[in-house]
Design a protein around this ligand. Structure first.
Ligand code: NAI
Length: 248
């Protein structure tokens, strides 16, 4: 199956590094005009530059996803440059892991603000133009921790479980307009976010997962591209786990 995004604009949050950068680069390779969004303009631009160097089309914008006004300004700038988005990938996310006993209200609020409300804000911003175009794709990057919980991750797991609820609700609201909304739930993926996982936990994952290894951003991007494709029109409201079988 050839996933071709020529003529389509795709917006990716958290595109400066890790999973988001790989997703943005893959969309660029598949012909999409890619709007790269990150906390810093430099980070977003670095990814956009890589896409352009490879012959693709890309623009960059910066926004703190916890700030509604910044999100709206960044998304309208990208839309003005690249046109109506066909797809939005809500990939940006943060952790502030601590056992509940030690977790501050700010730890909870910040993680929910970026991971969950950020996706709500970006989805709200793209929804109108997508509805007008009578088609589109929203893909939320959740986590296996949103499905199964994680000790020391009450804030993160609540945000990622919340994304799954958001996904199903948007699927129901937008389905009649040709817009699908799905989530991808990655397992443990080698990025800056998991850089300080203890060695014994890594060994446990490698032993436990049928795939016998941690994941790489390149394992997640194809799932996202498929769900963003025209071919995935009849899949909506779903959460696709991509974890090498870790939670089987
Ligand atoms: P990362 O830490 O390498 O990259 C996170 C990205 O989000 C960066 O581009 C960063 O600039 C952006 N970001 C952070 N706070 C932001 C804010 N306030 N406003 C705008 N952008 C912001 O993380 P990684 O590993 O690439 O994760 C990407 C997504 O995948 C996250 O949502 C994460 O929760 C999720 N995920 C990651 C897993 C892993 O094992 N790495 C497993 C499951 C889910």
């Amino acid at each position: 199956m050839n996933l071709d995004f020529t003529g389509k604009t795709v917006l990716v949050t958290g595109a400066s590094r890790g999973i988001g950068r790989t997703i943005a680069l893959e969309f660029g390779r598949a012909g999409a005009s890619v709007g790269c969004l990150a906390t810093t303009l430099g980070g977003a631009q670095a990814t956009a530059d890589l896409i352009r160097e490879a012959g693709g089309t890309a623009s960059a914008a910066a926004a703190n996803l916890a700030e509604a006004a910044e999100v709206e300004a960044a998304l309208s700038a990208l839309e003005a440059e690249l046109g109506t988005p066909w797809a939005l990938v809500n990939n940006a996310g943060i952790t502030r892991d601590k056992l509940m006993m030690r977790m501050s209200e700010d730890d909870f609020d910040q993680v929910l603000a970026v991971n969950l409300k950020g996706a709500w804000l970006t989805s709200r911003a793209v929804m109108k133009p997508m509805m007008k175009a009578r088609g589109g794709r929203i893909i939320n990057i959740s986590s296996v921790i949103g499905l199964h919980g994680g000790a020391g991750q009450a804030n993160y797991s609540a945000s990622k479980a919340g994304l799954i609820g958001l996904t199903m609700s948007l699927a129901k609201e937008l389905g009649s307009r040709g817009i699908t909304c799905n989530a991808v739930a990655p397992g443990f993926i080698e990025t800056d976010m998991t850089g300080d996982l203890p060695q014994d936990f890594r060994e446990f994952v490698v032993k436990q997962a049928p795939a016998g290894r941690l994941g790489r951003p390149e394992d997640i991007a194809p799932a996202v591209l498929f769900l963003a494709s025209e071919q995935a029109a009849f899949i909506t409201g779903q959460t696709l786990t991509v974890d090498g079988g870790l939670f089987l």
